[in-house]
Structures are given as structure tokens and as C-alpha cells.
Ligand binder design. Sequence first.
Ligand code: SAH
Length: 351
Amino acid sequence: MHAALLGSEVADIRELIGPDEPAYRARQLYQALYRQRVRSISEVTTLPAELRRRLEAIPLGLPSIERRYESADGTRRYLLGLADGRTVETVLMPEAGRNTICISTQVGCPVDCKFCLTALMGLERNLTAGEIVGQVLVALADNGLSPGDARVNVVMMGQGEPLLNLPNVLKATRILVDPEGVGLSERRITLSTAGIVPKIDELGQAPVRPKLAVSLNASTEEQRRELMPITRKYHLADLLEACRRYPLRPWEKLTFEYVLLRGVNDSEADARRVVRLLAQLNAKVNLIALNPGPGIPFETPEPERVLAFQRILRRSLPCFIRKPRGRDIFAACGQLKRMAAPASGEFALTR
Ligand code: SAH
């Protein structure tokens, strides 16, 4: 989209600098971008001055921090500025012994799930590989983290549907897990999808790829159609079939996310149906009690309901409750819609 250095792999850099440069130059620049994580090419003093000047004419493409919102629970939400003036959101969730960075893959989202605030934005555009990697670099730098000395997880669960921007998502993933690149562990990157069936097959063919999480969110075809209209195109049965044939790596399990909506999909009958849907799969389930937001016509179930649902699933498969992070600053799952703090500095949450 916008010519920038970030997002380039070694082969792209080789092409950019031309055949007259020695072969190792491309690798040197690649390592400077992702391993040293330079903020400007002028820092790469090992490059000859002439080449450095040529490269300095190309923007690095690191997103700028426009706003930073701090939650009472330690979560940070970033509003990041992109080269074309658009903005996108990234969330950092510090926890004892690890940090999780939640990144966006599109500006807005085209998928229209009825419980998600991002859906109300519609799709603005895909992010480039450089903008996807850039979110991780900004979150690392702003928090003094380095993949080498901190357990860093990346989840592609921010704005957007990653499987509708698969080439850029895969390119970013290669850079993020390359030991000469950012150097994250391939086991610590997860992508979540609303269920773009043919793209799940394509993802499974990629030699380097994130772990797969699928947003299930309903226990029947009919219920899922209501909540996630994408089901009309990619039926629940076909989605589960794609999950069954998905080539898991030996260390990998499928994750299913299930957003609990009070009185809609949170009954014991729903829980028993979910168990049946996921039987035969090497899977675990993350339950997410609805994170509320203005314009979202659903309510959060009582904690007891969530626990009852979990108890039923646990008889058959691992099932965890995802702790809401940063609800007070609109940073939690399904809340990314560039919500700005009103003048009082307090977000008005109705519940
Ligand atoms: N588009 C992808 C990536 C987003 S991941 C996907 O749909 O999977 C965000 C996760 O949060 C998804 O599992 C989604 O179902 C869930 N979610 C969306 N809105 C939510 C809300 N209001 N409360 C809780 N979880 C929500």
C-alpha cells in the first residue's frame, strides 16, 4: 500500500537495494529492522553512507502512538497512526510472567457480528504486513520489552478478520517468528477467525503460521446465523468440517472462543450442544462473557451462568473463562472501535 521498509523480508530488501550491493547487506538491514528494532535508518551505522542515504528516503513505516489509554487492571490500549492518516488499535495485557499483545489485521472489520463494536465501523482497509509487525514493535518498545527476555504472546484478535487479509498476515507472521527477525516463538502467536472456511484450509498449508482459534459463539446453525451473518455463506457444519481436516502440529490444539450472551446462547442446553459439536476435535474452549458497549443489543450473563456453562463443557474438554481485560478503557474483546475518553477522562460504561 504505502512503500515502507517495515514489512520487507530479506528478498524484498535485496530487490530494493539492487544487485550492486553485496548479498549480506540485505540480511544486515533485515536484522536492524526487526532484531535490533531501530527507530531510524541513521542508527544503522554499519551501512555505507551512500546506501544509508538512499534508504533514509524511504519511510520506516513504524506506526505513531496517537493516544494511550491505561486501564485500572494494567491493560494499555493504543490508538496508532498509520502513514495514510488512518488509525488502528493495539492492546497490551501485562500478566505475571508474560505479556500478551493483541494486534489488528484490518482497519475496522467487514464481518458484521451482532455483538461486536468493531463491526459498527465497517471495513476501512487491510493492514500491510509492515503495519501488522509495526504494532508489535511499538508495543514492545513502549513497554521496554524484548522478545528475548520476556514471555511475549501475540494474538491477532484486534480489529479485523485476519483470514480476509491472509497474505499480509502470513508475511507478518514469518517476520515475527524468524529468529533473525523479531524472534517470537511460533507457539505464541494465535490468529482468531470468524470462520472463513476456504481460508482455514489455506492457512493449514502455510509452512509458518499462527495457531488457529475459531469464534464459535453459537450452538446451532440457526443461532449462529442470527449472531454471525457470515454463517449464511460459511455454514457451521462446513466450518466444523474444515476444523476436522485442519493439519494441527504435534504441539497444537484448536481453540474455540464462545461469547456468552445472557439468555441467548448461555443455557445448559447450549453447553451440551457445544460439547456435541466439538466431540472428535482436539480442542479447547475459551468462554468470554459479553463485553458490553453502546449499540450492542445484548447483556452480560451472571458469573454463575458462565461457571455453570464451563462445568458442562469441562466434562468433555478443557474449557477456560477469559478474564475481561481493560473493559474500563474499551480495550476488551469486541470493544475496539476507537472509543475516545470524554472530557471528564472517564469512559461511560453502562454496565
Ligand atoms: N474477527 C476475528 C478476530 C477478532 S477476535 C474473530 O472473529 O475471531 C475477537 C474475539 O472477541 C472473537 O472471538 C469474538 O467472537 C469476540 N467478541 C466479539 N465481540 C465481543 C464482545 N462484545 N464481548 C466479548 N467477546 C467478543
